[in-house]
Design a protein around this ligand. Structure first.
Ligand SMILES: [Cu+2]
Length: 155
């Protein structure tokens, strides 16, 4: 859930042993960076950083508990006109059909905020008003292998 005019940075981690394609409807996102691809055996295409897309590849994790999860950081910019529920899902149809699909709800901005300037983005970790700061991204995908590190000793 978010609010119109919010700008959020999302980190999409692939904690699975399969390749996934993060895909959004309605709103394109800005690709900020791709991390930990090489350590898991995949080559990142850094030419896409700084560009807007509705789909981005998030390659598989190699399953080595010593390796970080491959991730893509994107900027979700809700300063447009769109209010409502929008789908994001894995673009591989079989994965979307099996649950890798969710909704982002963009709520109208509070009336008091309408006279304020555009939302600003802060570096991750810096405190700020909840309406304009970078929020902790939702975890995605929800489908995780049993080998995912934080669940290794608890499942
Ligand atoms: Cu997938």
């Amino acid at each position: 859930m978010t609010t119109l005019r919010a700008v959020e940075d999302w980190t999409i981690e692939n904690r699975t042993l399969k390749h996934h394609e993060f895909h959004t409807h309605q709103n394109h996102f800005l690709v900020l960076c791709q991390d930990n691809f090489e350590v898991n055996g995949t080559q990142a295409d850094h030419s896409i950083e700084g560009q807007f897309f509705d789909t981005v590849q998030v390659p598989l994790w190699d399953g080595d508990p010593e390796h970080p999860f491959p991730s893509v950081k994107v900027r979700m910019d809700c300063r447009g006109l769109d209010v409502g529920d929008f789908v994001y899902h894995c673009h591989i149809a079989e994965h979307g059909d099996h649950g890798m699909m969710a909704i982002i709800r963009v709520n109208p901005a509070p009336a008091a905020a309408k006279s304020q300037p555009e939302a600003t983005v802060r570096p991750a970790g810096q405190a700020g008003p909840a309406t304009a700061g970078v929020r902790k991204p939702p975890s995605w995908p929800s489908v995780r292998p049993q080998a995912a590190r934080e669940h290794k000793n608890t499942t």
